[in-house]
Design a protein around this ligand. Structure first.
Ligand code: HEM
Length: 514
């Protein structure tokens, strides 16, 4: 055959595929017009994705929130997928709580096993079963038993900060605090003792970071090649880096094997997340001698619970790592930074700590009555919420408050924009913990503040997260004060796609005595 024929045939094939791809990617681009919902005008294939990428998700969310100021809901297209933003707080409540049964699942992303078994990704009854099984891990009794792990990691962090304070050097809070949260996860999750501040070469730290850095690739694959979802594995391509995933899968398998031997030999058990997952494999958990009556009761309530599969267990071990690392370090580092910027609030918080704790090492019980600390944390999470956009997928046509939401539609809560809405939060960029006093709170819509989401699918790790943050914050502020310094860059500018300060969160630490 003549070469020019081959080239023409290939060209035609390419153009044909391009047309099919364009039609496929743009097939749903008229949905908001049909529903009579205001929306951005999409361009073929990309929808409004390019605009979102150019503006960055934070600014994009705020821009739309301002544009559709008078609308309860409005839409945009994330490549192929229509996304319905819900601006109205009553509607958010209805979706997250009242009609939860119709909005159980989240938007699907392309991920490989065992990541597709992580709680955050599971659907319907599978999600319900795993959530019921994992929930007791975060009960008071369990958190109390994990507390010494948190205490130990806090001591390491404070010792390091003390050295920095003495040297008079500026510190970048996000980096330091991330090392702390990695240590806490390794110990509370897996009873692995690491010191990330010293051992930067620890396999655990390196592999965990590699997994977390792969998020961009997952988004790209899911948005532009949605028809390939679930197909990558079949053609031998792993969207997530295979090495670190295997590392964690083997790590979990190995730990589970050892634990089973310990249990079978009647030796004493570990108090960590992995141990609880292991126990969930067994159906005789109600008679487990390692549980308090309350905890056993909590489990009994979840009747019909099936034991978790091995892949389920691997998935939960990995989500424990992914969900608990960056979120906690973001909140803790921004809170310390905002306190450095607002010395009056910092002094008030230190007075509360002095009052409730004195110089004692923070204990589990002390953490429950630090009300001003709760107010500071809530205010920091208002300004810098790690979960800045939350979504649910509608599983049956439903009309809420006069708006028809069709089956399959992804609805999204614009948390970042709601948290900075001047009509809800006057002078929104000002750090003002008083916004969370009982009196001020009672005057506001309860769904105006959503740092941990809402309803049955909210953050399962909230209590552990707050405990970690409060213990570290108390121990640091008991003996030192963060202050802004010549290295501090203000105002805070966020990275394009992450809740991370572009220029770092630089402060100096001074002695309380000064
Ligand atoms: C300050 C730290 C944290 C923040 C701000 C945070 C925030 C969130 C948010 C906003 C959601 C989505 C909720 C929704 O859709 O309504 C979520 C879900 C989740 N979080 Fe957290 N989180 C934090 C720490 C943690 C920790 C420490 C863990 C576990 C160790 C954890 C585990 C999870 C899991 C498993 C889900 C998915 C729950 C489900 O789908 O049922 N989070 N988190």
């Amino acid at each position: 055959m003549d070469l020019s024929w081959i080239i023409t045939a290939l060209l035609l094939l390419f153009v044909g595929l391009l047309i099919i791809y364009t039609i496929y990617m743009s097939a749903e681009h008229g949905v908001f017009r049909k529903l009579g919902i205001p929306a951005l005008t999409p361009i073929p294939v990309f929808g409004n994705f390019l605009r979102e990428m150019m503006t960055g998700p934070f600014m994009f969310q705020e821009e739309l929130y301002r544009t559709y100021k008078t609308d309860k809901v409005y839409g945009y297209y994330s490549c192929k997928t229509p996304i319905l933003f819900i601006r109205d707080l009553d509607m958010i409540r209805d979706i997250a709580v009242k009609h939860f049964g119709n909005f159980v699942n989240r938007r699907e992303f392309q991920i490989d096993e065992p990541l597709d078994h992580m709680l955050s990704m599971l659907k319907d009854d599978h999600w319900k079963n795993v959530r019921n099984t994992v929930s007791p891990t975060f009960s008071t009794g369990k958190l109390r038993r994990m507390f010494h792990h948190i205490s130990d990691s806090t001591r390491t962090l404070v010792e390091h900060l003390r050295e920095q304070k003495i040297s008079g050097k500026a510190v970048e809070l996000k980096h330091l605090v991330s090392c702390y949260t990695m240590d806490v996860i390794a110990s509370t999750g897996f009873s692995v003792q690491i010191n990330s501040l010293q051992e930067k070469k620890s396999d655990f730290v390196i592999k965990a970071k590699e997994i977390m850095d792969a998020a961009g690739r997952v988004i790209f694959a899911s948005f532009f090649l949605p028809f390939m979802n679930k197909q990558w594995g079949k053609i031998g391509i792993s969207i997530f880096p295979k090495g670190p995933l295997d590392f964690f899968s083997f790590f979990v398998d190995d730990a589970l094997k050892n634990r089973k031997e310990v249990t079978n030999n009647g030796l004493s058990k570990r108090n960590d997340f992995l141990q609880l997952l292991l126990e969930s494999e067994r159906e005789d958990i109600m008679d487990n001698d390692n549980m308090s009556k309350d905890e056993a009761q909590e489990l009994k309530i979840s009747t019909g619970r099936k034991p978790l599969s091995h892949t389920d267990i691997q998935g939960q071990a990995i989500i424990f790592l992914l969900a608990g690392y960056d979120t906690v370090s973001t909140v803790l580092s921004f809170t310390l930074f905002l306190l450095a910027q607002n010395p009056d609030c910092c002094s008030q918080l230190q007075r509360e700590i002095d009052d409730k704790l004195g110089k004692r090492i923070p204990s589990y019980d002390n953490m429950q009555d630090l009300t001003y600390m709760d107010m500071c944390l809530n205010e920091a999470m208002r300004l810098y919420p790690p979960g800045f956009q939350l979504d649910r997928v509608c599983n049956e046509d439903i009309v809420i408050d006069g708006v028809l939401i069709p089956k399959g539609m992804t609805v999204s809560f614009p948390v970042f924009a709601i948290h900075r809405d001047p009509e809800i939060w006057p002078d929104p960029m000002r750090f003002d913990p008083e916004r969370f006093s009982q009196a001020n709170k009672s005057e506001r819509h309860p769904y105006a503040h959503l740092p941990f989401g809402q309803g049955p699918r909210n953050c399962i790790g909230m209590r552990l997260a707050l405990l970690e943050i409060k213990v570290a914050l108390s121990a640091i502020l008991q003996e030192m004060t963060p202050i802004i310094c010549s290295e501090t860059v203000l105002p805070i500018r966020l990275k394009f796609f992450q809740m991370v300060a572009k220029d770092g969160l630089w402060v100096k630490l001074t002695d309380r005595a000064n």
